[in-house]
Design a protein around this ligand. Structure first.
Ligand code: FAD
Length: 377
């Protein structure tokens, strides 16, 4: 550590708590720690100028699962475990709204719809999922909505069934992180952006972290450390069941005639689209090239991009000309099971990672749980 002054060493580099990762989980972890320890020195460290993972790269669906996705989940886990997971998503979304305020995340209760390409037993499938969700909901959440196929202007010879989820909504993920940053600032959390934690080492007394920012490299110390780097935690915890998954998003130009004005899914949640004002946003498709998409690198997979464009043209807005104005990718963290990984890796270090494809719905609660581990609550 070169050229660090006496003042810096004593005042600027020793912390009570450090959180690594400036996404939704790291931000909620730091928020909980700082709001319960007003006099503690807390730092949040993020390697990107903007968060460089998934929290500001996602589609902004405030969702907890579609009919075909829940059916697929049901094949992989017991109904009890599935209900616990769905409850986590529902409570997480409530916490996100309550803690940040609907206006500050541009929450819209726009409802969600799933497109079906055959009508086989659809009514019955909807009833079965409503029945499953009964313990969590006062009223049926899903309903048949075939009459809306025309309203949204889908190709009616291809899209033959539509199921509505009246509790689904959307948010603006950029505003969400902006609000979290403001809250962290008001609680006195030191937020270091463009700063990568290269390594850390735990001794019997303190945890030492090596930070790198441009051509500056410094060490800081902390009593407690929370690691909220989602897929990127694999770098330090190779034995843990965490693997990266890239997702891409395309956004069209303004389409004055666009009838799509809610959130939509198809094919077990692998594909999703929504409007953002008069633009159409579409994402997903990882399943057609899963090997290539199991990567820590950002980038656009041409095969998936083409598939998304074909779907827009063939059945989403078949009669409209459009351009792709904007496209990006983000990296998610997956495991063999659909649950996040929240655990203590030592007395003073905790992990809150592996958020999967619905991290916006559970991120607030996972942040709180990670903070509770650190705070020994
Ligand atoms: C294309 C796409 C669409 C999605 N759509 C939705 C959706 O509509 N609804 C939904 O609920 N979920 C969605 N998700 C999933 C959701 O965005 C993620 O599950 C969630 O954002 C994960 O949050 P996180 O805080 O755990 O991780 P991240 O947001 O990835 O945050 C981790 C942070 O750690 C930082 N970091 C990593 N290593 C270091 C280091 N060594 N030093 C410092 N910082 C480091 C990274 O830069 C990153 O910012 C989508 C994801 C993608 C990619």
């Amino acid at each position: 550590m070169k050229n660090i002054s006496f003042w810096e060493r004593n005042w600027l580099t020793d912390y009570d708590y450090v959180v690594i990762g400036g996404g939704i989980v790291g931000s909620f972890t730091a928020l909980k720690i700082a709001s319960e320890n007003k006099n503690a020195k807390v730092a949040l460290i993020e390697r990107g100028i903007l968060p460089l993972g998934a929290s500001t790269k996602n589609a902004g669906f405030a969702c907890f699962g579609s009919i075909s996705e829940i059916e697929e989940n049901r094949k992989e886990m017991s109904d009890d475990n599935l209900l616990s997971l769905l409850e986590l998503r529902i409570r997480g979304l409530e916490k996100l709204q309550n803690d940040l305020g609907d206006k500050n995340i541009s929450y819209s209760n726009c409802s969600g719809y799933e497109l079906f390409f055959d009508n086989n037993r659809l009514e019955q499938r909807i009833c079965e999922i409503n029945e499953l969700l009964n313990p969590l909901m006062d009223e049926n959440c899903f309903s048949m909505s075939n009459k809306d196929i025309k309203r949204f202007d889908f190709a009616k010879e291809i899209v033959v069934g539509l199921a509505k989820n009246k509790y689904e909504g959307s948010i603006n993920p950029g505003k969400m992180i902006f609000s979290l940053k403001k809250k962290l600032g008001s609680l006195g959390v030191d937020c270091y952006f463009s700063t990568e934690v290269e390594s850390f080492e735990e001794t019997s007394k303190r945890i030492f972290l090596k930070l790198k920012s441009r051509n500056q490299s410094i060490n800081i110390t902390t009593n407690k450390l929370a690691i909220c780097t989602n897929a990127f935690a694999k770098k330090w915890f190779d034995v843990e069941d965490i693997s990266p998954g890239r997702g891409i998003i395309l956004m069209t130009n303004d389409l004055p005639e666009l009838k799509v004005n809610s959130c939509f899914h198809y094919n077990e949640g692998y594909y999703y689209f929504r409007n953002v004002g008069r633009k159409l946003l579409i994402g997903g498709g990882r399943e057609i090239d899963k090997n290539k998409e199991t990567t820590f690198s950002f980038g656009i997979n041409k095969t998936i991009r083409q598939k998304l464009i074909n779907d827009i043209q063939t059945f989403i807005i078949p009669n409209m000309d459009f351009n792709i104005e904007c496209e990006w990718s983000g990296i998610m963290g997956f495991g063999k099971i659909k649950l996040p990984l929240i655990k203590k890796v030592s007395e003073n270090i905790s992990l809150g990672v592996r958020l999967g494809g619905m991290g916006i719905s559970i991120g607030s609660i996972i942040g709180e749980k990670t903070a509770n581990l650190i705070l020994n609550k």
